[in-house]
Design a protein. Structure first.
Length: 338
């Protein structure tokens, strides 16, 4: 049985990945290593946390001693990051510490232990921005990050690349477009708009609302990451996309329809500084080399996601109120004597 160290497994994509891999692959177990920042929520793993193949360890990827204290692991899937662009514009400090120093600390740990595959989960934002007629980002597109978040992720990609070239480490990198789906923190566009619409609050649309993102359902991204973990070629980068480019305003209008609210909730607000205009992904490589396909259309996936936020209203209300932050103490604190 392979033991996978999943960093950032209490976040949006990491928790979906743990659910996916434990359900889809019989002979793996998972150590979820997560610092539980504001974005980490163990309630995302409710139900999975009783699986005997699952273990949670609270720790920081930039903390060498915390990593060293881990028991045996075979492979790493690295999701842990500061992930929100607007926060990086306010203060880039945590982004450098976690995304850059943390990734190097994790690489050093993997090298000391001579671990197997190290999958680095990156983003299409490292490629910068596109004009309306530009061809989509391929793996050959030059890195040109525009936000402190994207720059910190690009730095981590280069450190991962260097670990392969210098030390021969068995690394693989994925660069995915915008994810949506269950358990996404309601600071990102889609869950923020759904929650605000449900509460009858204003929906803040940056700039002219015509910025374009390529949306992929989080389950499709998780399947792609695990395909790369199992079958990807060592040292390679794989783009992952949803082939669903949409202008932000189109997404917001559809959320209003799905929640039964009107356009009067839309507020055009001051634009994000340095706001990337368009992301689009050329995903020919992962499709032709590894046979990847997406299973969710954006229309059906968005409708299902709105339905999830309606059914799981208690989940995001606890996030918004801050109540979710007590979960660790209740579940683990007493047992650990913390
Ligand atoms: P998220 O913000 O929801 O979760 C991040 C998780 O990492 C949290 O559980 C947090 O507690 C943990 N974490 C943060 N700093 C840590 C540290 N120093 N040590 C240990 N754990 C730490 O993020 P997400 O949206 O799930 O994104 C996961 C990964 O996927 C990130 O690397 C992100 O760059 C990448 N990505 C995200 C998207 C997207 O649309 N959300 C798209 C492409 C790539
Ligand atoms: O309130 C908002 N209003 C708005 O118009 C928010 C939060 C966002 N937006 C716009 C900005 C973007 O054009 O919506 C678009 C999507 O914004 P985010 O959800 O913040 O995502 P983005 O900046 O595109 O970055 C996301 O995709 C790539 C993730 O947050 C990253 O972690 C990932 O790497």
């Amino acid at each position: 049985m392979k033991r996978i160290l999943v960093t950032g497994g209490a976040g949006f994509i990491g928790s979906n990945y743990i659910r996916h891999v434990l359900a889809a692959v019989a002979d793996v177990s998972v150590v979820n290593f997560d610092a539980l920042t504001y974005a980490g929520n163990l309630e995302n793993l409710a139900g999975v946390d009783t699986d005997p193949r699952y273990q949670f360890v609270r720790g920081d990827i930039a903390d060498k001693a915390a990593l060293e204290a881990l028991g045996p692991v075979d492979e790493i899937v690295h999701f842990a990051a500061e992930s929100h662009v607007d926060r990086s514009i306010e203060d880039a400090g945590a982004f450098l510490r976690t995304n850059v120093t943390g990734t190097q600390t994790l690489l050093d740990f993997a090298r000391r232990r001579s671990l197997g595959r190290f999958v680095h989960v990156s983003t299409d934002e490292v490629y910068g921005t596109l004009g309306p007629e530009d061809p989509a980002f391929s793996e050959e597109t030059c890195i040109a990050p525009n936000s402190p978040y994207a720059a910190s992720k690009a730095a981590s990609d280069l450190l991962v690349r260097a670990a392969h070239h210098t030390h021969g480490m068995p690394v693989l990198t994925t660069r995915c477009s915008n994810n949506y789906g269950p358990f996404q923190f309601p600071e990102k566009l889609i869950p923020l708009m759904i929650a605000n619409a449900m509460e009858g609050k204003a929906l803040p649309v940056y700039g002219d609302g015509m910025n374009v993102r390529d949306w992929i359902h989080v389950e499709d991204h998780c399947r792609a990451v695990d395909l790369v973990r199992q079958k990807g070629r060592i040292g390679e980068v794989y783009n992952v996309g949803g082939r669903s480019e949409r202008a932000n305003i189109t997404v917001v209008e559809r959320i209003l329809e799905l929640t039964g609210r009107g356009r009067e909730l839309i507020r055009y607000v001051k634009d994000r500084p340095g706001h990337d205009r368009r992301y689009a992904i050329n995903d020919a490589k992962i499709r032709s080399e590894l046979g990847f396909t997406t299973l969710h259309s954006f229309e059906a996936g968005l409708a299902a996601t709105v339905q999830w936020y309606m059914t799981e209203r208690a989940w995001w209300e606890r996030v918004r109120s801050g109540a979710y932050r007590g979960y660790y103490e209740r579940m683990y604190g007493a047992r650990l004597g913390e």
